[in-house]
Design a protein around this ligand. Structure first.
Ligand SMILES: Nc1nc2c(ncn2[C@@H]2O[C@H](COP(=O)(O)OP(=O)(O)OP(=O)(O)O)[C@@H](O)[C@H]2O)c(=O)[nH]1
Ligand SMILES: [Mg+2]
Length: 451
């Protein structure tokens, strides 16, 4: 079951229409399962439900389901400020205990981070396990990490999060596997556990270093061929992987569960201009992503750092679209890439009525439906135009027929607009990326043009 806590001294309040918005956001699904229990508890406070809080609870429920949990009940609490010992305070604690007992819940999820001592106190008071928001996100990351590097990164973040929260949780260490260090004389269980975790952290860091070294080498090899990287970024569930697939027809994992993509994926793609690009799918951002995670997932966002252009994919149908957009911009700022050229790609427009779609039209924005594959042509043209670092130019060439490789390269990387054979010469005009046409400048027909 979930516990959502709102501290009124820190947040503003809105009206109960928010509740309707949330039901709509949930695809009209009624709270027909055990969650009714909580809505009843909540009825007195229902008049003053905050839109942000409601949407944030809906999102947290989705996160919990992504992690494989069945939500039995959701409890909200409003209080002026957090309780130092238990976050939620004694009275609420008792109420939750009652619900845990009646629903048989075996896990209590907090939509909030818990300090090590709060976690300890809550675990001591509850008959079930307690997990906070960061742990939940880490768990989802762990489920979806596919590459060795991704798995190691998640494990490192988990260990580092666990370390200060060890006391009283000696049992949880058994899953780390024995054999790493033995218990010294006079050492408490806690000290032994700490030592084991520290050893494991060192070990994971070493492995991570070597995996990264290999990846760097691979990248250097790839960079020898200058193909611009275009990275898809955006809030989780915005449809990045769907768009990535639609654009490349590559079979990358696509799923309604959040964070389906943990490891960056790269595919080559040819634009209408025949320019080749590398398209990169990335892990989705989420509000309040714990800072430790931002740093530990930096590597999966490396493609974003070296990308020439970012496509900011947004779920235009979400009532939280603007907030999500701001969150993504904030994380991009933290990654120092906010200054990169970026296109706003408004996805899921198929879910919006036509007049609303028209209202979204704006220069620099591209409306698409990754699912129905609409707007993709305009998007590719916009990518082409945005890659100003290597603009499209036109040039005429005179190439001896013996230079088959030059011909092949131009035909592969540019659009040939005319071609004429004369003796052993080929006269050819092409529109393509400046870098490509410049490479074969010695075959230019007119030398006058200056690039
Ligand atoms: N109606 C509609 N649904 C879409 C569209 N694009 C994606 N979806 C759905 O939105 C959900 C999330 O899509 P993904 O492509 O996995 O989202 P993502 O941005 O890659 O998510 P993360 O990898 O978790 O960050 C899936 O259920 C998709 O089918 C669209 O254009 N229209
Ligand atoms: Mg994805």
């Amino acid at each position: 079951m979930l516990v959502a806590v709102e501290f009124t001294a820190e947040q503003r309040k809105l009206s109960r229409t928010a509740k309707l918005a949330r039901t709509a956001a949930n695809g009209g699904a009624d709270d027909s399962d055990g969650r009714n229990l909580v809505d009843r508890n909540d009825a007195t406070a229902a008049e003053r439900i905050d839109l942000d809080t409601e949407a944030s609870i809906a999102e947290f429920e989705e996160l919990a389901r992504s992690a494989g949990a069945a939500v039995l009940a959701t409890v909200r609490q409003r209080r002026p400020r957090p309780d130092a010992a238990t976050l939620i305070g004694k009275g609420k604690l008792e109420e939750i205990e009652g619900i845990v007992a009646s629903t048989g819940a075996d896990l209590l999820l907090f939509d909030h981070d818990l300090t090590p001592s709060q976690l300890r106190n809550l675990e001591a008071a509850m008959s079930c396990r307690v997990i906070d928001r960061t742990q939940l996100i880490l768990d989802i990351f762990a489920r979806h990490a596919r590459t060795r590097e991704g798995q190691l990164q998640v494990e490192l973040a988990q260990l580092e999060y666990q370390l200060p929260r060890l006391a009283g949780r000696g049992k949880s260490m058994s899953q780390l596997g024995g054999g790493i260090g033995t218990r010294g004389p006079g050492e408490t269980q806690l000290e032994t556990d700490r030592r084991k975790i520290n050893l494991r952290i060192d070990h994971v860091k070493e492995q991570l270093d070597s995996v990264r070294r290999i990846r760097r080498q691979q990248r250097q090899r790839r960079e020898a061929v200058p193909v611009p990287v275009v990275a898809l970024v955006g809030y989780t569930n915005a449809g990045k992987s769907t768009l990535f697939n639609a654009l490349t027809e590559a079979g990358v994992l696509e799923s309604s569960r959040m964070f389906a993509t943990l490891d960056p994926k790269l595919r080559q793609l040819r634009l209408p201009s025949r320019r080749k690009i590398l398209l990169s799918d990335t892990v989705g951002f989420i509000r309040n992503l714990p800072h430790t995670l931002v740093t530990s997932f930096r590597a999966t966002l490396e493609e974003v750092e070296r990308a020439e252009l970012l496509l900011h994919v947004q779920d235009a149908s979400s009532p939280m679209a603007e907030e999500q957009r701001q969150q993504v911009l904030k994380v991009l700022g933290e990654l120092d890439v906010a200054g990169k050229p970026m296109l706003d790609v408004l996805n899921k427009v198929d879910l919006l009525p036509a007049p609303e779609q028209a209202g979204l039209e704006r220069p620099g924005r591209i409306l698409v439906s990754a699912l129905h594959k609409t707007g993709l042509e305009s998007l590719m043209l916009a990518i082409d135009t945005a890659l100003v670092a290597d603009p499209l130019v036109e040039a005429a060439f005179r190439i001896p027929q013996s230079e088959g490789r030059v011909m092949a390269a131009l035909e592969a990387g540019a659009t040939v607009t005319s071609k004429r054979f004369d003796g052993n010469l080929v006269y050819l005009a092409a529109v393509g990326p400046q870098s490509l046409l410049h490479r074969y400048r010695r075959f230019r027909e007119r030398e006058a043009a200056v690039w």
